[in-house]
Design a protein around this ligand. Sequence first.
Ligand code: ADP
Ligand code: MG
Length: 396
Amino acid sequence: VEDSVAEDMARFEESFIGINKKYRLINRIGEGTFSTVYKAEDLQYDDFQNRWDIDERENTKWSSPSHRRRQSKSRPRYVAIKKIYVTSSPIRIFNELELLHDLKNSESVCPLITAFRHLDQVVAILPYFQHRDFREYFRDMTVSDIRLYFRSLFTALRSVHAKRILHRDIKPTNFLYNPQQARGVLVDFGLAEREGTDWHQCACTLSTEERRYRISHSVYAATLNSGNQHSSYPKTDTRSSRRANRAGTRGFRAPEVLLKCTQQNTSIDMWSAGVILFTLLSRRFPFFHSADDIDALLEITSIFGRKKMREISLLHGQVFETNIPSYSDGGHSLEKIILWCTGRSQKDEKTGKKIELQDEEKEAVQFLYRLMECDPAKRITAEEALRHSFIAKAFE
Ligand code: ADP
Ligand code: MG
């Protein structure tokens, strides 16, 4: 353990009175935007299965739990202590713990063991899950490995979505995966929320007729009708700006999140899962790296093209315009992008033919189109994904 980490752990043990009676801190394993996570040994854990052979009388002589453990050869239990930054609002902390509590029996979701508070500091205790860093293995995954990864991720998402909860921050660091066991657990419900927490009506919930009517009566239409074809970004825009939940990690945000749709649902997590699949197939991580939301929209535009972006923007009552000439109208196929990213865009030297994706990669791309579907209403659900032929093969 590095000196600075050891110091940080010592400071935490000192400030959080009583924590060292319950846990022995081992290492710092995560430092994010909202928390610091430590690996620790649970000192009060009674491993009954491994203790059955211990004499009752003898047992009472041992005072401290850690001493007892050393005597009985029982396996220690490791936990992850998530120290939530004190700057987080109490409502936000409560929300995370409450959702974790609701999800405690959900398959492939890391359960909450307990939580403690000392003064303004809250810690969540989770079972430690052995996993590997995504960056270590993502380049080496075969299509079969990819199937197994997503079988596990969609199992988690199915159980979360069944409770009508949006995770909102699906990305590799929040899905702890163990490639050897082909099993993972979903963590980090810090941004999660219940479906329908939303406030205003987004145009995407309207019927086609209603949407048409609204657009034809909009400020945009008025500008166009006034003969101003080159409607530019209004300098003194008096309209109130739209507010919607945009939480999450930029490169993984669904188009409707970027377009500030106010009626976001569980399908936003499926888009993010799609970005992970795109990463795996293209062997590029991170696939998107945008500076802001507009940049993120343009990255999506460079793939799907202007036409598609105009269509989906209208879906949410927004108007998409860009004067950047390099974006094509039709965009590019995902197959082509994957071939580019994996250095297979040239023609085969021997045959002179275009190199194609392998059959199982093609199948993966068909599935990818269902995840990175720009219209949230048409996007595949976790439940459907598990039945999709691409994933179903992992069950054979
Ligand atoms: P944050 O909100 O700060 O992102 P997370 O809940 O995502 O916090 O945890 C941060 C990191 O800590 C994770 O990416 C992972 O590396 C590690 N971690 C979190 N929970 C566990 C766990 N149960 N087992 C092992 N490592 C964990
Ligand atoms: Mg996280």
